[in-house]
Design a protein around this ligand. Structure first.
Ligand code: ZN
Length: 97
């Protein structure tokens, strides 16, 4: 038997506002239509894979600042090589800008 899926209210019209844990700035999460979910690029626990960072968001400015200006810290915080590669891709293709 098939379970009926509830159609979500379009989040395209209601961007999710979150606060950056670093600079306290409020920003909107990017909604990814093919995924039908918010982009995880601003989820701090997505990059660090640390339980304690669950629910923490980081804005693009802080991500770029960390990536460009605090490389040592970045390497310490983001340890997953696959995630580092993804971050590099995001930075260079302008997904994080
Ligand atoms: Zn920030």
């Amino acid at each position: 038997m098939k379970t009926k899926k509830k159609k979500p209210i379009s989040p395209l019209n209601s961007p999710k506002e979150v606060q950056c844990f670093q600079c306290q700035k409020t920003f909107s999460l990017t909604f990814v239509v093919p995924k039908w979910d918010y982009s995880s690029k601003n989820n701090w626990d997505y990059w660090t894979e640390k339980e304690e960072n669950k629910g923490k968001y980081i804005c693009n400015d802080c991500l770029l600042d960390l990536y460009y200006n605090h490389k040592k810290e970045y390497w310490k915080l983001v340890t997953n090589l696959r995630k580092r590669q993804q971050m590099r891709t995001y930075v260079y293709d302008g997904t994080i800008s």
